[in-house]
Design a protein around this ligand. Structure first.
Ligand code: OOG
Ligand code: MG
Length: 262
């Protein structure tokens, strides 16, 4: 794949995001042979375009880190992407459904590191020792592909469906709780729609951050101190509708909510 093809594919997903218009996935006929490594090159170009437009990276996100997500999306390997400043939603605020294509929400546990972590060889223990805070979060995902249907390379090229993030303000030191057995419920308008525990994320959410550090090391990058890191949906994602009040509640880690308008 040459530079022009990379640019062309990045433009393709970027325009879909800007125009809130779903597109046929890349591997259908545009570029069926897209590999995972090539997909990350397309993602890098997409990130470069967003930065050039003046958007800023808030932090990295891991995806497809739980069995529930692997089953729901029919893909089976953890991936990473980035949350940008224009995607952040303040806790308690409203989003407009018209700003998205077909948004879904998923409960996630967030980490903030006190020092950079550089792989390879980073373990969950290294992550926990480097972590300043953990916090409750909700990710809003909005695949640019028709029917939320994609292969692993497609979703990597699409910045892992990143579209929104609600970072809760209930900060805890990682040693104050057992993150693997922290329970979570995702409710919409008071009705529990999915539930799980931290261990759904690769056995322990710290492992997701370790995996991120080790994946990023392949391109000479590290996980940076101070950035909020999303470790991946604990449960399957739930589709949003106008009028929804979304609440995610964690055992010992507070809760996060927001509203959905027309
Ligand atoms: C891909 C993004 C996955 C997660 O937490 O698993 C993700 C998708 O499901 O559209 O963010
Ligand atoms: Mg996610």
């Amino acid at each position: 794949m040459d530079t022009n093809q990379i640019k062309e594919l990045a433009n393709y997903v970027h325009n879909a995001e800007k125009e809130k218009q779903e597109i046929t996935k890349i591997t259908t006929d545009l570029y069926p042979e897209l590999s995972i490594d090539e997909a990350y090159l397309v993602q890098e170009e997409l990130i470069r375009q967003k930065l050039e437009e003046g958007h800023k990276i808030i932090g990295p996100k891991m995806g497809i880190t739980s069995e529930a997500k692997m089953k729901q999306m029919d893909v089976d390997d953890p991936i990473y992407g980035y949350v940008f400043d224009n995607m952040v939603v303040e806790e308690g605020d409203s989003i407009s459904i018209s700003d998205y294509i077909h948004p879904k929400v998923e409960p996630e546990i967030g980490f903030i590191l006190g020092r950079d972590l550089e792989g390879p060889g980073i373990t969950s223990l290294d992550v926990l020792r480097a972590t300043d805070y953990v916090f409750p979060a909700i990710e809003i995902i909005d695949s640019r592909y028709e029917n939320f249907n994609f292969t692993l390379p497609d979703v990597i090229a699409d910045n892992t469906s990143a579209a929104g993030a609600v970072f809760g303000t209930y900060l805890r030191k990682p040693e104050e709780l057992e993150l693997d057995v922290v329970g979570v419920t995702l409710s919409i308008n008071g009705e529990i729609r999915s539930l799980g525990a931290g261990a759904a994320v690769l056995g322990h959410p710290a492992k997701s951050v370790a995996r991120l550090a080790n994946m990023l090391s392949k391109k000479g990058e590290k996980v940076k101190a101070g950035q909020p890191i999303l470790t991946g949906g604990i449960t399957s994602a739930v589709r949003l509708s106008p009028g929804d009040f979304v609440n995610v509640k964690y055992g010992g880690l507070g809760d996060v909510s927001f509203f959905v308008k027309e």
